[in-house]
Structures are given as C-alpha cells and as structure tokens.
Design a protein around this ligand. Structure first.
Ligand code: FES
Length: 586
C-alpha cells in the first residue's frame, strides 16, 4: 500500500508532524524539510514528537469581541502542555460584527472555508477553535465539521455590563433602545454620547442573548464545547480556567478519535434547537445551525422546528426577551441550569467532547441552587419557544418571527404596506416628514436577502419612521427578507424565503397592498387573489447577473443558498441528506 497524506504504507494513521506532508514526490524529504524549518523556531525533538493541538487564533485589533484572545491562547497552551501535547497556534480570518462591510454574514462562508482548508492543510491531531463574535462560531463549526479533525470550541465569552446614570446597560439591546430614544428626541446629543462610552464595558461578546451568546449556548448544548463553557464572562477567571481545560481536553480527544461527525449528530442538533428555543435565542441561530448541520448531511425542517417550538417554553430571562444579562446567567449556574430543566426533552445519550454523554455530564454537574434567571418549566418567561415559523403566499419557503421579543398586540395584525425597494430607498425616505405612514401600517423592506444586499444584512430591524418615533411609537409590524441582530426586539418578520432579489413574492408587494400577519395561525399573507399574484410575478423583470462581479463576490452571488438552507454555499454542504430534524422526543 502506498502512503497518502494522512496514512502510512501500512494504512496506519499518521500523526503529528507526519500528517499532511507537502508534496515534493518524496515523503522522507518532505518530513526532513518540515522538521528543519520548525526547528528554526527553537523546538526540540521531544516537543516535535508530541501530539499536535492546533489553536485557531481569531484575535484581531478589528475585533474587540475577541480582545482576550491572547490570554485564552496562553491558557489553552498551558492545558495542552499539561496533558503532554504540543500547542501550535495559527491565524484565520476574524469577523467582528460592526467592522465588516457590507455585512459580517457576507464573510461567514469565507471564514468557514479558511478554517476548513487550514485545518486540512496543516499538521494537527486536534484543533481548538476560538470563536466569539456572531459569525465566527458558526464559521468555525462549519469548517471543522467538513475537515473532520477532532475539534473543540472555545468562545471568548460575554463582556461585562456597564452603568449609565445609575442604570445597568450592555450591548446591544440597550444600544438600540438608546438610539431609538435619540431618534425620537427623548434624549439629547450629550446623553447619547455619554452612554456610548458605557454600553461596551469590557472586551468580549455582546452581553445579552444575542447571536454570539446563542451560538455559545448551542455549541455547549451540542457537546462540541466543554460543559460550562458558554457562560463565563470574557474577563473572568472562570473563562481562563475553561480555556486551560479546553486545551487539556483537546489532547484527550485525539486518542478517543472524537471527530465532529461523532459529536454533531442529528440528536445533538436537536438538542441545540431545543436549547435555542428555551433560551429565547437569536433567529440567526437557526440559519447558522442549518448551515453547520448541512455540512454533515443533517437537514433542519422548519415546520418540524415550529412544532418543537410550540412545546418548548422560554426559560431564560435575558434581554432581549427578558431582563438579565449573560453574566447573570453565569452566576445562575450557566447553561447547565437550563439543560437540567429541559432534561426530559433532550437526547441525553448524545456524545460530548469529554467522551461522556450529555446525560452523564448533567448528572455530574454541581447541584442546582435558588436563582432568578432561569425559570422552571412550570413557570416560564414565555409559554412557547421564542421563535415561530410563518408560511403563506408572501413566504412560500418560510419566514421567522421572534415572538418572545415581539409586541403581543401586533402579533395578530392586518395593515397597509409601506414599501421600501431596498436598503438605500429605506435610508433615503424613512425619516422623510412627508412619508405616508401610520403606526398601523406594515413596513416592508425588499432586497436585503442573501443575494439582494448581498449577504443578508441585519437590516430587518427597520427603524420606526422618525415622525412616528417622535409621537412615541415603539413598535410596528415589519417584514423583510433580511436578518436582524439577536439583540433586537420588535414585531419583526424575517428571512422571508424566497427573497425578493430572486423573484420571491416579496418583490411584488406595492404601497397600499394589505398584509395580514397571524402568529397564532403561523401565517403571513399578501391579501391579493392568486391570479393577481401570478400576474405580478410574471411581470417581474428577469434576474440579471452582476456584470462587474469578480472574485469572492462572484462566488458568493453564484452559489449562496437561501435562508432555509442556512445561506451556505451550495458546493460546501454534504452531498446528500442523511437525516431530517427535529424528530419527536416526547
Ligand atoms: Fe461581537 Fe456582538 S458585536 S458579539
């Protein structure tokens, strides 16, 4: 038998520096050269004979959410060395939400490709993924799932809260609340400047149950992160200890062959969906989980998800659905407190990175104690899961609403459409005093979907028109094919599929049309006859390719899939579906 990249002539797996040799047509020379170069960095033969744990370093001066990466790397290295391994860090793309043009989602798949290919290309027996800000954890898990090397997720952890004139504040629910007050003239320039300094009190990810916290909880629920790894704040000793233990566990995973495919199973994905619903998690979590699962041939069915949502109450009292912050969830025992409540609804036999099952980990967790952040199943924050799936002639492929963060009075609503054709149209007219709009109208924003913007920006949180904001209007029904930040709240219909830019029905909505939203019946309808809808669809201009698109943008526009497929590139997901989730647990 001939050698290949990761197996020797006897079919035995290669390890450490012998893995993935550069191809010079002479493996002996390739290894000789590799050792010579790395010895130039001062390594001994003893160090180079150890199992290699690589560390995907996403520290970047452009990413304050990852500002503690140097301390985490130091602790991971300590953990790896304590277990007899050799830690080797390497850089990948880092994406920070507010430093990414046109939007961070546009870059998620690029980061996943970078992560996957660097794991494949470089010699490593296991990899620690340091994620945190919204798109980084999904990108890393997508890449690691495809690469197939034992992988363990670490997150940077949430920032601490700040204080503004005696009021506790944190990014980014409070960012939006204060900005809305400023737009409505309820606070002045001096106050908005003052709060700007307090909203992000430390490095770390957003302090509420936004997308970053949601993805951290999902990763822990799936077992691809150490138990207790989701909640420690970025600047806490607990976070550093988790990092050290993550390094140690990565070495143990090598011998146990704990690849992502053994952990990210259909049961693990179902556990993640259950937890996402119970924590009042971000709508973005659905898209990211769909993309991660899709890499392993696991398909998330939106209608089945809605059924799961009806039987999964929101238990976690965190903003934007509730009132607390991530550091409070940590003090309340972290995610294990939530999963203990959900125990009967979880697949306890799902394997985790520790080599033990989720059930074994929950049994071994510290005992429960009195706290006020995680409610018991019998006394939830919200009786159903935070997210509902809508269907109807406006969204044949589905749409999402975060009902736990919506206005109860608006969830059954019919109103007149006030239409914005794209993000530029919105920006130029939303604050126009002459805009024909009332609080009972339905704001519609087109062409902010995966292809439309492109990159499906978090522009679905359409601002309340300034003239209404000044009258004290805080919420309206808003509909788009885009996303919204997990930290935002309102009666906002998102992810309308198919999107307007590829000829979805959202494209035919005109000013003055009537739209009916019923979260109760899970429907979103344009009140036009089928014939009228067909005629308008037939009259849409044909889609034309962007003649100037090149490079990554061209790849993106030609291969991006819709929200119900996780917005992954079509060539990156697994070639065939092997399981559909969620199934029945009860
Ligand atoms: Fe990075 Fe919110 S901006 S986690």
């Amino acid at each position: 038998m001939a050698d290949n990249a990761n197996g020797d002539a006897n079919g035995k797996a290669k390890t450490g520096l012998r893995k993935g040799l550069t191809n010079y047509g002479d493996d002996g020379f390739s290894l000789f050269l590799r050792r010579a170069f790395i010895k130039g960095a001062g390594y001994t033969d003893d160090a180079l004979s150890r199992p290699i744990v690589a560390i995907a370093n996403t520290g970047s001066a452009y990413n304050p959410c990852h500002g503690n990466a140097p301390q985490l790397i130091e602790a991971i290295k300590r953990g790896v060395q304590l277990a007899g391994g050799l830690p080797v860090e390497f850089p990948t793309i880092s994406i920070a939400e507010s430093f990414s043009h046109p939007t961070s989602m546009y870059l998620r798949n690029l980061m996943s490709m970078d992560t996957e290919e660097m794991i494949r290309a470089q010699p490593m027996d296991a990899v620690v993924l340091i994620g945190g800000c919204d798109k980084t954890v999904p990108a890393q898990l997508m890449g690691a799932a495809s690469a197939g090397v034992p992988a363990i997720q670490l997150v940077t952890g949430a920032m601490l809260t700040g204080s503004h004139r005696g009021e506790r504040v944190g990014a980014c629910t409070d960012c939006r609340r204060f900005w809305a007050s400023f737009r409505g003239d309820q606070i002045d320039q001096e106050e908005i400047d003052a709060v700007n300094t307090q909203l992000v009190a430390t490095v770390g990810t957003c302090s509420v149950m936004g997308t970053a916290s949601t993805m951290a909880c999902i990763a822990e629920a799936m077992g691809i992160m150490l138990p207790g790894g989701a909640s420690p704040p970025a600047v806490s000793a607990d976070r550093i200890r988790i990092a050290e233990r993550t390094g140690t566990q990565a070495v143990a995973m090598i011998g146990a062959g704990l690849t992502p495919a053994r952990i990210l199973t259909p049961k693990a994905v179902e556990n993640a969906l259950r937890v996402l619903l119970a924590i009042g998690g971000s709508t973005n979590g659905i898209i990211h989980l769909t993309a991660i699962a899709g890499r392993l041939g696991i398909r998330i069915d939106l209608d089945l998800l809605d059924r799961m949502a009806r039987e999964t109450p929101v238990l976690v009292d965190l903003k934007p659905s509730g009132q607390h912050y991530m550091e409070d969830l940590h003090r309340a025992g972290g995610l294990v407190t939530v999963m203990r409540e959900l125990k009967d609804l979880l697949h306890l036999d799902a394997l985790t990175v520790t080599g033990r099952t989720l059930g074994e980990e929950l049994d071994a967790a510290p005992p429960a104690f009195k706290q006020e952040v995680v409610r018991p199943l019998a006394k939830p924050v919200y009786p159903q899961g935070g997210i509902a799936v809508l269907r109807g002639n406006l969204a044949p492929g589905g749409a999402i609403i975060k009902q736990s963060a919506a206005n109860a009075q608006l969830m059954e609503h019919e109103g007149r459409a006030v239409v914005f054709e794209d993000a530029e149209d919105l920006a130029s007219r939303i604050d126009d005093p002459a805009l024909d709009v009332t609080a009972q109208d339905v704001l519609v924003l087109k062409r902010i979907g995966p292809v439309g913007a492109p990159g499906m920006p978090e522009a679905g949180y359409i601002p309340i028109p300034r003239k209404l904001a000044r009258e004290g209007v805080k919420d309206m029904v808003r509909i788009s094919d885009g996303r919204m930040s997990g930290t935002a709240a309102g009666t906002i219909v998102l992810h309308v599929t198919p999107e307007a830019a590829i000829g979805g029905p959202l494209a035919i909505v005109r000013n003055g049309d009537r739209i009916r939203l019923s979260v109760q019946t899970r429907s979103i309808e344009l009140l036009l006859s089928d014939d009228d809808i067909a005629a308008r669809l037939a009259a849409l201009p044909p889609r034309v390719a962007d003649p100037d698109a090149r490079g990554y943008r061209k790849l993106f526009l030609e291969t991006i899939m819709q929200a119900d497929d996780g917005c992954d590139f079509d060539f990156l997901r697994a070639p065939k579906v092997v399981a559909t989730v969620p199934g029945d647990k009860r």
